[in-house]
Design a protein around this ligand. Structure first.
Ligand code: ATP
Ligand code: MG
Length: 573
């Protein structure tokens, strides 16, 4: 491709409002165009790269035994009503009506529709197991689209679904998908780690995410370098440090003038925050919930939402707290009645806690559970943080930011039961199909790849997903010898199947080099009068600082050789 003809212009200056590197660099390199918040179109460079990512995914899905299908994005809403997800997804679901006022949705994922197809086509256990997948556009009205292709409202996803007769079969499919995912990321040049993920209130089965560590990521993961434990913060467990055993003492009120925070309370009484129990107030599906947790810990809202089996959870407003009869700043689980109460299991790891007295400027010492207060539920609802103790060994956890690029999930019978996707087993008994689902965001993969591979000059594309293999820069196109050589190199590389982006513009060397670095193809080939004097051209890898002079005649072989090392095929780590 000739740069003079390429659709898409590079920008000299950094675009405004692009807070993460991948967004800034893709805009600057002329790869994407924004239509509205979280809605992007791809220009040729981005589209070539995305198609390469898709192809790698497709090949590995096929190796794992998947069959490619393509489901409609436009769907009748009744499918979503049937699974209960119209309500669960709420405003996330794009809805519309056709000309006959029939409600439709733009699908955010495809379990529902696929199950109706499976139901029509699976008549016996002999039709199973089976893995179906597609690479297709999803629509989600995200509350906060951000960071270019990272979180958008229309995006391409590879979604695969496995169908098995039993849990053992599901395990096999899950492992095959995990292997395929590892290969996909490695082949794309991405260093993804697999972490335990939250599986939501429904199911409670295995779920893992694949995460690229990057400071710009929205997710937090907790990692143990000693034993390899890795989990999304939404789900991460940790060992809560116990407090020394004490004899329970009688409950006693203390005057704490002006004290309304845990830190203030600990300081005022000269105790550690772990000796206190704090209260946090939530609304779970419209119901007020009193949550109590040891003062040194914080609430993990995902764990709490799962414990309550709530679909919507938010902090209560001051007015809601007041109307529940609670004195904020001195709230107490002691004497509470008629309010749903959830207490973190850290309540078992200590005694004689200081809690609120539900009276301004007063607290209670020596509160002990269950002697002094009750709970509707005691559960682990605590947030794991950097430096906390690993749940599977005694080392410290490290918290890192990351980008979720894939998700594998054991669904079990969550969707097959409501959709009546049953099959007759060998004895003729009807059994629900056991399902798994497996997603990879294609555009987010590209964005994440750029997050992981760039420097201050621009992108450093991993070769397998680069839009082209090499930039060919002709310096001074007014020189007919330079042009003749560049055209010859371009033609020969093209014949050899090497994808070249040929900068044939009459721009200065500075502009051309900057653009080549910005787009960051794996190799840069320079044709200049100076090198031609030695009958050579210059070749340099994007990460190398020094170029090598290569005899013109050897250029194809040398480029092949330099590229051959950049295609990881094996991913077993
Ligand atoms: P997130 O937690 O980031 O919202 P999710 O759990 O809703 O993602 P899944 O339904 O598991 O996402 O989707 C599978 C994959 O699709 C994700 O791992 C991610 O790579 C991609 N993806 C999900 N939502 C978006 C989005 N809004 N924009 C771009 N890619 C997305
Ligand atoms: Mg997910």
């Amino acid at each position: 491709m000739r740069v003079s003809k390429l659709f898409g212009k590079t920008l000299r200056d950094d675009p405004a409002d692009a807070e993460v590197a991948s967004h800034r660099l893709m805009l600057k390199a002329g790869m994407i165009h924004q239509a509205a918040a979280g809605i992007y179109s791809y220009l040729p460079l981005a589209w070539r790269s995305l198609r390469k990512i898709e192809q790698i995914i497709r090949e590995e899905m096929d190796v794992a035994g998947g069959q490619e299908v393509r489901l409609s994005a436009l769907q009748p809403r009744e499918l979503w009503d049937a699974s209960g997800r119209t309500e669960i997804l709420g405003p996330q679901l794009f809805q519309l009506e056709d000309r006959r006022d029939r409600p439709l949705v733009l699908a955010p994922t495809h379990e529902e529709l696929l199950l109706t197809m499976v139901k029509a086509n699976v008549h016996s256990y002999r039709d199973l197991p089976m893995i179906l997948y597609q690479i297709q556009t999803k629509f989600r009205d995200e509350p906060r689209p951000r960071a270019g292709l990272m979180r958008v409202r229309e995006f391409d996803m590879k979604d695969a679904y496995s169908f098995d007769i039993d849990e053992d079969g599901l395990d096999v499919a899950y492992q095959a998908m995990v292997r395929a995912y590892r290969k996909i990321y490695a082949r794309c040049g991405l260093d993804a780690i697999m972490v335990e993920a939250d599986s939501g209130a429904i199911g409670g089965k295995d779920s893992h995410e694949f995460v690229l560590l990057a400071d710009s990521g929205e997710d937090t993961v907790l990692l143990c370098e000693a034993c390899g434990y890795a989990a999304n913060a939404e789900r991460a467990a940790f060992t809560k440090p116990p407090l020394p055993e004490e004899e329970p003492l009688p409950l006693e009120e203390v005057h704490t003038p002006g004290v309304t925070t845990i830190d203030g309370l600990a300081e005022f009484l000269g105790i550690s925050a772990a000796k206190t129990f704090k209260a946090v107030f939530y609304m779970a599906d419209g119901e007020f919930v009193f949550v109590a947790i040891r003062g040194d810990l914080d609430v993990n809202e995902v764990k709490l939402r799962n414990a309550l089996a709530a679909s919507e959870l938010r902090l209560a407003t001051p007015a809601e707290v007041e109307s529940a009869g609670i004195v904020a700043g001195s709230a107490s689980p002691v004497g509470l009645s008629g309010v749903r109460t959830v207490v973190d299991d850290s309540v078992h790891l200590g005694s004689n806690f200081v809690v609120g007295a539900n009276r301004h400027d007063y607290h209670l010492r020596n509160a002990n559970y269950p002697r002094d207060f009750k709970a509707d539920m005691v559960a682990d609802i605590a947030l794991a943080e950097d430096g906390y103790i690993c749940p599977s060994c005694d080392s410290r956890l490290k918290a890192r930011r990351g980008i979720e690029v894939g998700h594998v999930f054991k669904l079990g019978t969550r969707y097959s039961e409501p959709f009546g996707a049953y099959f007759p087993d060998a004895d003729g008994n009807d059994r629900p199909i056991i399902m798994g689902c497996y997603g990879i965001g294609v555009g987010r993969m590209l964005a994440a790849a750029i997050e992981q591979h760039h420097d201050d000059k621009g992108i450093k594309f991993p070769a397998p997903i680069a839009p082209y293999h090499a930039s060919l820069v002709a310096l001074n196109v007014a020189d007919p010898e330079v042009v003749a050589c560049a055209e010859d190199v371009y033609a020969r590389l093209g014949e050899a199947g090497i994808e070249v982006l040929y900068d044939d513009r009459s721009e200065t060397a500075g502009v051309k080099f900057n653009d080549a670095d910005l787009l960051g193809l794996p190799l840069r080939i320079v044709v200049s009068a100076r090198n031609l004097a030695q009958d050579a051209v210059e070749v340099k890898g994007r990460s190398e600082s020094v170029a090598a002079a290569v005899p013109k005649a050897d250029i194809v072989d040398r480029v092949r050789e330099m590229l051959s090392g950049s295609y990881p095929q094996e991913a077993e780590r």
